[in-house]
Design a protein around this ligand. Sequence first.
Ligand code: DGT
Ligand code: MG
Ligand code: MG
Length: 272
Amino acid sequence: MFGPVPCRLPGGIKTCILRPVACVFTSSSRMAKSKFEYVRNFETDDTCLKNCYIVVRLDGRNFHKFAEQHNFMKPNDDRALGLMTCSARSVMEDLDDIIISYGQSDEFSFVFKRTSNWFKRRASKLMTHVASQFSSSYVFYWRDYFRDQPLLYPPGFDGRVVLYPTNRNLRDYLSWRQADCHVNNLYNTVFWTLVQKGGLTTTQAEDRLKGTLAADKNEILFSEFDINYNKEPLVHRKGTTLIWEKVRTPVVLNAPYSLYRASEVVHYIDTI
Ligand code: DGT
Ligand code: MG
Ligand code: MG
C-alpha cells in the first residue's frame, strides 16, 4: 500500500519517502466470508459501565499554533469562543442523550445521561461521533464567525471518554474544568494587559507574574490598569454551559394549550 519514492536530497544523498498508493487486494470470492470473518473478534469491548455519566471531552489539537496563524485576539477571541459554542450546539442537537455541555478555551465537555444506551454505550462510537460532528461544524460555521479571516488548514480535535458514577463526581468534574478556566483566564488577562497596555515584553510580563497569587494579579489589574477582574465578561471568566430548557413556541394562535419544545440554552453559570 505504501510505495517507496526515491528522491535525492541536496548533497547527492539518496533517500526514500513513503507515499500512499492505491492497491487492490484480490481474493477468491468463495472463501472471503468464512476465511476472514474471524478478524472481527479482534475488536475490543469498550462498553461504558452502566449507571455512570459518560463525559466526552474534546480539545483542539495544537491550538496554540492555530490561534496564532488565524490571528485570534489575545487573551480571548469572542469569534473563536462563539464558534466553539455553535459547534457544541450542533453536537447537542444532532446527537442523542447529551444533557449538559461545558466549554472554555479550545475544549468542550459533553455529558451523556446516565441511562443513555446510545450506540450501546460504546466509548469509541460515542467519542468519535462527538469529535467528528464538532470538527465538521467548526469548519462548516467558520465563515459565520470569522468573516475576514480565511480558514488556512483543517483543525482537529482530540477526544477522551471519562465515566463518573455520582452526581457529586460529575459536579466536581465540571467545577474542575471551570477552575481551570478561571486560573488560565486570570493569568492571561493580567499577562496580556501588562504587554498590551503596560508596554512590557512577553518575557518581562512572565517575570513580573512569577510567584504571584490570585490576589496579586487582581491587584495589578486594579491598581495599575483600573480593571476590576470581576467585571470582565462572564463568558471569559466562567466558560460556557449549554443545557436544555423548555421554551414556549409562539406558533399556534388561540391554541387551548401552551406549546413547549426543548431547546438548548447558553448559560455562563458558576458551577463551583
Ligand atoms: P494540545 O491541546 O496539546 O494539542 O495543544 P494546544 O496548543 O491546543 O494547548 P492547550 O489545549 O493546552 O491550550 C489551548 C491553546 O489555545 C492556548 O495556547 C491558547 C489557545 N487559545 C484558545 N482560545 C484562545 C483565544 O480565544 N485567543 C487566543 N489568542 N488563543 C486561544
Ligand atoms: Mg488544545
Ligand atoms: Mg485546551
